[in-house]
Design a binder for this molecule. Sequence first.
Ligand code: GAR
Length: 189
Amino acid sequence: MKFMIFASGNGSNVEAIVAAYLNHEIPGELVGILCDQPNAFVIERAKKYDVPYFVVPRLVNESKQAHEARINQILQHKQVNFIFLAGYMRIIGPTLLEDYLGRIVNLHPSLLPKYPGKQAIQDAFSDQATETGITIHYVDEGIDTGPIISQTKLAVLPDESLADLTERIHKIEHRDYPRVIANILGGRE
Ligand code: GAR
């Protein structure tokens, strides 16, 4: 199974996945990292690990469909079977879903269906939630909907700062996402 990781920003989860892959904990073949933000730090991480990367920003006046069609060309060329979103901050549209429904997985930093969207950790924190967590799920046409593969809960500690909560959520993500990816590519999910 060939897989690609999509990211838009810092890429700490990409690094966790790549490290597990290089440590032979994830089967299949990592064919690259796709990033839609030319200045994202994840590109430095790709270079550091010598993983091929593809920078595909959405151009001015480019439709979502045309952008995704360009991404899809790369996926077809590289014969990608699975896509793992790791901090990829775009909604996946029909152009990619048509070819990859059931083969795109997303990582989200809340217990979905609670706190969908781009600021889930902040939203849970501002809401004074006593518990939050992470969700790993298949992507469908909705925003952070789609069949759930795994969830991990985390108590929000009294007097904890947003930065501390964010760090604890990231730690769980770095531990759980590579394992779930290994299970999916190993045919166990
Ligand atoms: C992660 O916490 C991930 O769950 C979240 O973005 C962060 C990326 O961090 N994704 C979403 O919010 C998707 N809606 P990273 O770039 O350091 O991996």
